[in-house]
Design a protein around this ligand. Structure first.
Ligand SMILES: [Zn+2]
Ligand SMILES: [Zn+2]
Length: 372
């Protein structure tokens, strides 16, 4: 027995909405009216059963706990409920009548659209505003989504008389069998458009470039997708808009890198400054910040500047800016400087180089981030 989640191709924590979407997609592909093959029919049964179980919270819970019996329980049973399937198929079409007899609606929800945006680190720290050009389907201004030339309207389909379906009688060994198919003449809409709008060729929408203003919150990171509900493509025949997704890429910065909500950088400190201590001004993303380096600072020490990191996506408390100290050993000395250092060495009687326990300092980790 195949796993219901696998059959529908959804994860175990899928929402009801995701389950419905997955089922609709599979049903469009496998429904016997669309795909009469034997294998499709078998898969359709599995898919329908999986949907029946997972779309009912009680049955789903029982199934999750391991209590599902193959094709048992309420709502199962192969091809009993065509009406339900058509409802799931085409949305709840208005009007009464027989369930299988409902024509499908010409109005469909528009597709989701995706745009990509590249931000720099400063945008991540403070949030950003962008006006983005998006190419999508928009409502046809000429017909306002009616799909018809001005002054005309759809007419009832001659072939199916408005039901959207045609019935066919097939002779078989068991006698005449009646089958139902979506009407090929009107594609199941029940109406045809004798005079389609010339601007949109009867689609009710046209492709156009428009500008979308987007406020990007602070704290985003590469790969994140922001959802803007209703800003995607307009649907066919004036159907509701899909969503717009904004996929973020954050460009790497010359100096700062990100560690969670903190920013990291290296502070290059000369040997005399490390020994004597100093006060310096560093250029943070917030502007100049005064930083005190205590006398005797060691390479690998980390200085933390509170609240100069990133505001998390969900939260208000900014992270910190952490700078790892790198003490720069002078490599070129003239003879006078050399004499001074030699004199200093004699006076301080510093211990000779010696081993101690290996320690992987935070600074080493900081440095590794820059190499990656
Ligand atoms: Zn039009
Ligand atoms: Zn028709």
């Amino acid at each position: 027995m195949a796993d219901h989640y696998e059959v529908l191709g959804v994860s175990r924590d899928a929402t009801l909405d995701e389950i419905k979407k997955a089922y609709r997609r599979l049903a469009r592909e496998l429904h016997p009216d669309v795909n009469p093959g034997e294998e499709a029919s078998e898969r359709f049964k599995l898919v329908t059963h999986a949907y029946d179980v997972l779309s009912d919270p009680e049955q789903r819970q029982r199934y999750d706990m391991g209590g599902d019996s193959p094709f048992g329980g309420a709502g199962a049973g192969g091809f009993g409920g065509f009406g339900d399937i058509f409802e799931t198929f085409f949305g709840a079409a208005a009007g009464g009548g027989g369930r299988a007899g409902r024509p499908r609606s010409r109005r469909e929800r528009g597709q989701d659209a995706l745009v990509r945006v590249t931000l720099d680190l400063k945008d991540v720290v403070f949030g950003a505003h962008r006006d983005l050009d998006v190419d999508t389907a928009v409502l046809c201004e000429t017909c306002q989504g009616s799909c018809c030339q001005q002054g005309t309207q759809p007419v009832t389909c001659d072939i199916c008389h408005g039901s959207g379906h045609v019935q066919q009688t097939v002779r078989s060994l068991l006698g005449n069998v009646m089958t139902t198919h979506p009407c090929g003449s009107c594609q199941g809409y029940g109406t045809t458009i004798p005079y389609p709008c010339a601007t949109c060729q009867g689609q009710g929408r046209v492709r156009a470039r428009r500008t979308v203003s987007i406020d990007i919150p602070a704290g985003v990171e590469t790969g994140l997708r922001l959802q803007l509900p209703g800003s995607g493509e307009v649907g066919q025949a004036g159907g509701p808009n899909g969503d717009l997704y904004l996929e973020v890429t954050v460009a790497s910065h010359d100096v700062f890198s990100r560690d969670g909500d903190d920013l990291l950088a290296t502070l290059e400190v000369s040997m005399p400054d490390a020994i004597l201590g100093t006060t310096t001004t560093i250029e943070s993303l917030d502007g100049p910040v005064e930083l005190e380096i205590r006398p005797g600072v060691q390479g690998g020490d980390v200085l933390t500047i509170k609240g100069r990191g990133i505001t998390p996506l969900r939260g208000t408390q900014r992270g910190d800016l952490r700078v790892g100290v790198h003490v720069v050993t002078p490599t070129r000395l003239d003879s006078k400087e050399r004499a001074l250092i030699e004199d200093f060495a004699k006076k301080t009687k510093a211990p000779a180089p010696h081993l101690s326990e290996f320690h992987q300092g935070l600074f080493a980790k900081l440095r590794d981030r820059f190499r990656g």
